[in-house]
Design a binder for this molecule. Structure first.
Ligand code: ADP
Ligand code: ASP
Ligand code: MG
Length: 410
């Protein structure tokens, strides 16, 4: 029997009426003869509210307790969704991350999935039930509750779809697909019909909040098609699939903006082997994920190192560097929190030239200064002032005419 996973995001399950609507979708899929697994997020702004509440009782909440608290948001949703399905005359059973054997590393608040015990979900499905799973959470090998990072219910859904061999993982959200840029910032953004895992992974990692980036890694590895679509309409959304030959014809597929970044500039780093390793070892020990790294040395014995981290990790990064500074002795540590990153992504960049020039020219004609540039095979990123981020995204979107449907593509 074919199996599908349907994931409903926060806005889609914000109130009773919306929960009932999503329950209806799950029931329709079940009645069409499929086995159905539903993954849900916390309702509306529940996670943000819980974070604010935590911060109002403690300046620096212990990550273990933070995961314990945030996991309750999803737990509320699974029970309500199971009840709504019951109301429609079908059998459903709610399951926490721990109950489906979703085991993670023992890092609280940004844990990575280690394994999922597919047999537990299968046993429930075989009883003819719709299984409702709490997104965003798991347990460590010793049974501690962990959470997988903001927006990570997508990852629970795609990981489950992977281990269960689902025919598709449907991501129901408040937009009707993946757009060429965040439609809230760029009103002219266009819905992309089909996008490759590699491009979507880059876009998600570079700020396209519509999908959690690790979910795409699961989809790519296990070749699960992901359908991003609206929970409010029946319009087909965006298919995230393997790359197809025609995709290379399109130079730029999408543009993104990432805010909430902090840039660290280390001046006067002793220019000798092992320094970069020391700096990043210190950050890894604190589970800090480092974004772009640039190092250059143009004075003898003296190097400059720049990297970006999420603003959430700003304090932990500062502490790690201060500890290291006592040992190494940098000349200066500068922190800049007023930056943002605007990027363009597309597999077509592999075979087309002039993309960087077009992007830089567009930014310069809008009077936007570029602080730092980083590239990979399929993306170009620029660090700019945060105050100009949205304008920069619109300018770049316009420069690559992303609002126009490509003649031969997605
Ligand atoms: P959910 O709660 O359903 O997981 P999210 O808020 O996490 O929903 O993701 C949906 C939002 O992602 C949209 O409302 C949109 O503003 C934002 N977004 C950012 N970049 C994009 C993009 N390229 N395409 C579509 N939506 C995007
Ligand atoms: N509720 C979690 C969050 O808001 C997970 C998710 O929505 O995907 O980050
Ligand atoms: Mg989301």
């Amino acid at each position: 029997m074919s199996l599908i996973v349907q994931k409903f995001g926060g806005t889609s399950v914000a109130d009773a009426e919306r929960i009932a609507r999503c329950a209806g979708r799950a029931v329709r899929a079940k009645e069409s003869g499929k086995q159905v697994v539903v993954v849900v997020s916390a309702r509306g702004h529940r996670t943000d509210e819980l974070i604010d509440l935590a911060k109002s009782v403690c300046d620096n909440p212990p990550p273990r307790e933070m995961s314990m608290l945030l996991a309750t948001g999803e737990q509320e949703s699974i029970a309500l969704m199971a009840m709504a399905i019951h109301q429609l005359g079908h059998e459903a059973v709610s399951q926490t991350g721990g109950q489906i054997g979703l085991v993670t590393e023992s890092v609280f608040t940004k844990a990575k999935i280690k394994s999922i015990d597919a047999s537990r979900v299968r046993k429930e499905l075989d009883k003819g039930r719709i299984v409702i799973v709490a997104g965003f959470q798991g347990v460590t090998e010793t049974g501690e509750i962990t959470t997988l990072g903001r927006g990570a219910s997508d990852t629970t859904a795609v990981a489950l779809a992977s281990v269960l061999g689902a025919e598709v993982c449907e991501i129901y959200t408040d937009v009707d697909g993946v757009y060429t840029a965040d439609p809230r910032v760029v009103p002219k953004a266009r819905k992309i019909r089909q996008i490759s895992y590699t491009e979507m992974l880059e876009m998600a990692s570079l700020g396209a909040g519509v999908m959690h980036n690790r979910s795409i890694m699961f989809g790519m590895k296990y070749k699960v098609p992901i359908h991003v679509r609206s929970s409010f309409t029946d319009t087909p959304g965006t298919m995230i699939t393997e790359e197809q030959a025609m995709m290379e014809n399109i130079v730029v597929t999408g543009a993104t903006v990432a805010k909430h970044l902090a840039r660290f500039i280390l001046l006067g780093v002793p220019h000798r082997p092992g320094m970069a390793a020391k700096v990043f070892e210190a950050l890894t020990r604190k589970n800090i994920i480092v974004d772009d790294i640039v190092q250059s040395a143009f004075q003898p014995g003296n190097a400059q190192m720049t990297f970006t981290v999420s603003k959430d990790d700003r304090n932990a990064t500062q502490v790690a560097l201060d500890e290291l500074n006592a040992e190494i002795g940098f000349e200066k540590i500068i922190v800049d929190e007023s930056i943002a990153k605007v990027s363009v992504v597309g597999v077509g960049m592999r075979s087309h030239s002039g993309v960087a020039e077009r992007m830089f020219r567009a930014l310069s004609s809008a009077g936007i200064n570029i602080e730092m540039i980083t590239t990979s095979e399929i993306k170009i990123s620029t660090l700019i002032a945060e105050a100009e981020a949205d304008k920069a995204l619109r300018v770049v979107h316009e420069a690559f005419e992303l609002d126009k449907e490509p003649a031969n593509g997605h």
